[in-house]
Design a protein around this ligand. Structure first.
Ligand code: WT7
Length: 634
């Protein structure tokens, strides 16, 4: 039987076991699940190749483990509580039985529409129950879902559909976001002009706005489901069959299709969910993430539902109708565990305490954060004003690639420290290395964060590009998984994540590759070249600062006009999340004699720090730096 850790000594005991004999440890965690066939080998791996296989030879279906395995005890228990964008509208609660019926029916719809095991299905949808139904229906038949966050542009969507060669797109007509309604189907239409692989589109009606339906290609969700049987036998999957692809930004231009497989991901997300959040029978758990990101995959859908939890999903935004919306939801549904991003906490903190003070939040037991480093001020505000000084905060560090949480307190068990992710979970072996890859042992050290041993939830490859997988994660430091994060281990052995050390910036908890934004900026007809860096931003954690060199610029040029049109361009090419906060038009970029842009200098200028640029002896033209400094001060 899988263990739920209850005490600090229990944690140390389990951790020790997981290090001494990882195979035995994870086999034990896997025993609670329903395997059509038990595995022949718990772990087979080689970080050099790299190759990672968990529960090899095991056969299962993840939805059978959510539904069939748990139905005897959870029939009428709420699986999903859906809170709509508008608080005046009715929500929806789906019990495990009701959700199961809908998943089986939609699984049959997929089969009838020629979707088979291994096919890719792209989901571009708002936070509505049909998103969960569609993803689980894919998993039910062994199709690989690729969810694209509905804030991405048609170009970004098209890139992802093409890379995955998706056969089907599932969408809605539009989406409600606060007082706005945003188009969804028309974005899909635009994207599909470039995608030959897509045969059909299924559209769930949400906003009722006018859209075009292409005869023979587009079908309404409600019509295509009509009369379809709810009898469905789950497809038997290999433990290492892919469950989903999720695209994420890296330091080079193209987003990467992170692949997660079935067995290990199942065991890992549920294990970490139960232990980190200390979920108890009957609790209501609310994660405010969007399912379009990995947090939603692992900790709205798979982790909670595999653990028999009641998971609340919210369609709207934290600041509408006012900045008290999260707390209204907590009060209304008596939420016990609440999980959000530091950027949301900072945004709500800036609105003032009046929105949280008069709310009844006594149901809360645990608060969580994820996505970016949380500054001490935000940590304390969350702790004092939301948690009323009595709820432990779990600062959970992980990544799209890790599948689940790796370093985090266990709520109420691990003593916390503001801004510290604290200690590794059982099964996780973090190490800190210096730039040459030497392990820095002991406490009070700082360096780059690597993981030296596999865990079941980790990504296995990048879709269609195993070479890039090796290159990105396993080649920087030989034999280790490199996270891309800087970290400090303090005198107590506690981990504090310091942020990315590569060309990735973290904007409001979302990862953006600087090269990706630069490519979008460079599409502008006036732009010759550009360089993008992050800078400290009060609410977003990091903001996007772009330096652009443009042609035909003289005194009479309206720089403001160019800046606005660059922003619109980035918006159209990637989406609003990539729009630069600041753009400075300069006549040249600081480069080394070999032509490499010195980003270190640009990062300093972007953060308003003009002192000590370090070694500038390789700079081709120091005058360039002077000019940029002058312009940035204006
Ligand atoms: C990057 C991963 C994990 C789901 C959401 C983001 C940063 C994540 C923390 C944290 C400090 C954090 C890291 C990481 N990050 N959690 N608790 N403290 N930094 O997933 O988009 O794959 O981004 O987010 O820099 O590498 P992602």
């Amino acid at each position: 039987m899988a263990v739920k850790i209850k005490t600090l000594s229990g944690y140390f005991h389990e951790y020790q076991k997981s290090i001494v004999n990882p195979e035995q440890f994870w086999q034990q965690q896997a025993e609670d699940f329903f395997w059509r066939k038990k595995c022949d080998c718990v772990l087979d791996w080689d970080f050099e190749e790299p190759r990672i296989e968990w529960f090899k030879g095991g056969k299962l279906n993840i939805t059978e483990n959510i539904f069939e395995r748990q139905l005897f005890t959870r029939k009428n228990q709420a699986a999903i509580i859906w809170e709509p964008n508008n608080p005046e509208d009715d929500g929806v609660t789906l019990t495990y039985t009701q959700l199961f019926e809908k998943v089986k029916q939609f699984a049959n719809v997929l089969l009838q529409n020629n979707i088979k095991k291994g096919d890719r299905v792209a989901l571009y949808m708002p936070m509505i129950p049909e998103l969960v139904i569609a993803m689980l229906a894919c998993a039910r038949i062994g199709a690989i879902h690729s969810i694209v966050f509905a804030g991405f542009s048609s170009n970004a969507l098209a890139d992802r559909i093409i890379d995955a060669q998706a056969k089907l797109v599932i969408a809605s007509d539009g989406a409600f976001r606060g007082k706005k309604s945003i188009p969804i189907k028309s974005v899909v239409d635009e994207a599909l002009k470039k995608c030959d692989s897509v045969e059909k589109v299924i559209v769930k009606k949400r906003t009722g706005e006018a859209i075009q339906m292409k005869e023979g290609r587009d079908f309404w969700w409600d019509e295509i489901c009509e009369g379809v049987s709810t009898e469905n036998e789950a497809e038997v999957m290999d433990a290492e069959d892919p469950l989903f692809i999720l695209y994420t930004s890296g330091s080079t231009d193209k987003p990467k299709g992170v692949v997660h497989t079935t067995g290990g991901y199942m065991v890992y997300t549920s294990y970490t969910f139960r232990n980190v959040f200390q979920y108890s029978e009957g609790d209501v758990y609310f994660c405010s993430a969007d399912i379009g990101w990995v947090t939603g995959h692992s900790y709205i859908v798979y982790g909670p539902l595999l653990s028999g939890a009641t998971s609340l999903m919210f369609e709207g935004i934290p600041t509408w109708p006012d900045a008290g919306r999260f707390w209204d939801i907590v009060e209304k549904h008596k939420v016990n565990q609440f999980y959000t991003a530091p950027t949301a906490i900072r945004a709500l903190m800036a609105e003032g305490n009046q929105f949280v003070e008069n709310k009844v939040l006594k149901s809360l037991k645990v608060l969580g954060t994820v996505g970016e480093p949380i500054n001490e001020e935000a940590w304390h505000w969350y702790h004092d004003h939301v948690g009323k000084n009595r709820c432990p905060i779990v600062d959970t560090w992980w990544q799209t690639e890790t599948g689940g949480i790796l370093i985090s307190p266990m709520a109420g068990i691990t003593p916390t420290k503001p801004s510290y992710a604290t200690l590794p979970l059982p099964g996780i072996q973090p190490i800190i290395v210096d730039p040459e890859g030497n392990e820095l042992k002991g406490n009070s050290v700082e360096g780059n964060l690597c993981i030296k041993f596999p865990w079941p939830g980790m990504t296995r490859t990048l879709y269609g590009d195993h070479k890039r997988f090796r290159q990105t994660y396993f080649s920087t430091y030989n034999g280790y998984y490199f996270t891309g994060d800087g970290v400090k281990r303090d005198e107590d052995g506690y981990y504090r994540i310091l942020g990315r050390v590569d060309d990735v910036i973290n904007v409001s908890g979302h990862r953006m590759g600087t090269a990706e934004v630069e490519n979008a900026i460079n599409e502008h007809p006036r732009v010759v070249e550009s360089a993008v860096v992050g800078y400290p931003h009060d609410i977003k954690g990091q903001g996007i600062f772009a330096f652009a060199v443009c042609n035909d610029v003289d005194e009479s040029t309206s720089l403001e006009g160019i800046i606005q049109s660059i922003k619109i361009g980035v918006n159209n090419i990637i989406g609003p999340i990539a729009r630069p906060d600041k753009i400075l038009i300069v006549s040249d970029l600081p480069k080394t004699r070999s032509g490499k842009i010195m980003r270190r200098i640009l990062r300093k200028i972007a953060s308003g720090d003009y002192s000590n640029f370090g070694d500038t002896s390789t700079l081709l033209d120091p005058g360039v730096v002077e000019e940029i400094i002058e312009k940035s001060k204006l």
